[in-house]
Design a protein around this ligand. Structure first.
Ligand SMILES: [Zn+2]
Length: 359
């Protein structure tokens, strides 16, 4: 009799366990999450210089770090598509943000302009003989206009379900909105050095925000003020001085590394502020970038452009671990929300970077 009871109890347990959703590693492991986005910080350059950077080094020693080649930009090595990927968890094709000209009201102006030119050229067709004979074989040549454009006219249509996710008239959902849909009381701070980030910020969606207009020092001071006086559970910081220096003096130039050392000291100030307000042990800090670059430009598909850092420090994060699984910018949103005990946003297409946690 007792064996029979045990058997049924076992079967019941098996059914219950199988039906239960598995909770990802790191779920609810942090009280605070801080995402630091450093514009133009190529992994190739950072990995060259860690010996000069005591605060970045802490992430390599005490946290988990992706070595060169493991974390990548979302293909197009320019800022907007990649910051959108980090903020929304969607790749450029999913967010509709494919270049820096994107705005919520007009979508991608550069793309629209290309489409407009294309539709104009369709009146100027180049006549090609529809069929010709090569030897005894007759080939049919499709009729193309002079630029090879299809005959299209581009008219932005009224917002549809697709537009609500990804293009005209609406900004794709940032991670803090996804978070607040699950926890309306969650406190959010966003501080940014590149004005374009403002498209993801409104007084309804964040508690504290500041546009420091290219002044990274001011960004750090402001975020420290928000951390010390308020208590944001989710913070996003964008710094721009490395990218602007690279455009003036070159990626990997002496000036580039000088500014990188300065940014390292900013990271140190942030760690200190978190320590002083007793939040360091409960904060997951993630550092990444939008792209690297080569000489004074970025946008190409080589290692210097595409490889970006992915550094993690915080509760439960493996110490001194070199990450080996591929990491994309679209993984940062899901990882941030997971650490706070929240599910990924419904539009997010990345996944929680489980590898950073001890199993
Ligand atoms: Zn740039």
């Amino acid at each position: 009799m007792s064996y029979l009871f045990l058997f049924f109890a076992f079967v019941r347990l098996l059914i219950q366990t199988r039906g239960r959703p598995t909770v990802p590693y790191g779920f609810r492991s942090a009280k605070h999450v801080l995402v630091i986005g450093i514009d133009g910080l190529g992994a190739v350059y950072l990995n060259n210089a860690t010996h000069l950077l005591p605060n970045f080094s802490l992430f390599y020693k005490n946290g988990s770090a992706a070595l060169t080649g493991i974390a990548r930009s979302e293909m197009i090595a320019v800022s907007a598509p990649n910051w959108a990927a980090a903020i929304t968890g969607m790749s450029p094709s999913q967010s509709g943000i494919i270049d820096n000209s994107w705005t919520p009201s007009e979508g991608s102006k550069e793309r629209n302009e290309e489409m407009r030119k294309c539709s104009m050229c369709s009146n100027n067709s180049l006549e090609i003989t529809p069929s010709e004979s090569i030897g005894d074989v007759t080939v049919t040549v499709p009729s193309l206009n002079i630029n090879g454009c299809a005959t299209v006219t581009y008219e932005p249509s009224a917002p549809t379900e697709l537009h609500r996710i990804s293009s005209l008239a609406t900004t794709p959902e940032p991670m803090w909105v996804s978070a607040r849909k699950q926890n309306p009381l969650l406190k959010v701070a966003v501080v940014y050095s590149w004005a374009w980030i403002r498209h993801f910020v409104s007084s309804q969606t964040v508690d504290w925000s500041h546009n420091c207009k290219g002044n990274d020092k001011e960004c750090i001071e402001k975020l420290i003020e928000f951390i010390s006086e308020g208590s944001p559970q989710l913070s996003f910081l964008h710094l721009d001085s490395i990218d602007s220096t690279a455009h003036l003096h070159g990626f990997g130039s002496q000036q580039y590394y000088t500014v990188l050392k300065k940014v390292d000291s900013y990271i140190g100030q942030l760690l200190e502020a978190l320590q002083e307000s007793n939040k360091l042990n409960t904060t997951l800090i993630m550092i990444t970038s939008d792209h690297g670059g080569y000489r004074k430009y970025h946008g190409h598909f080589n290692e210097e452009n595409i490889f970006i850092p992915a550094l993690f420090l915080g509760p439960g994060v493996r110490r001194g671990a070199s990450l080996t699984n591929f990491i994309s910018l679209i993984d940062f949103g899901p990882t941030a929300l997971n650490a706070l005990g929240l599910k990924p946003g419904v539009h997010m297409r990345g996944h929680v970077i489980k590898e950073i946690y001890a199993h």
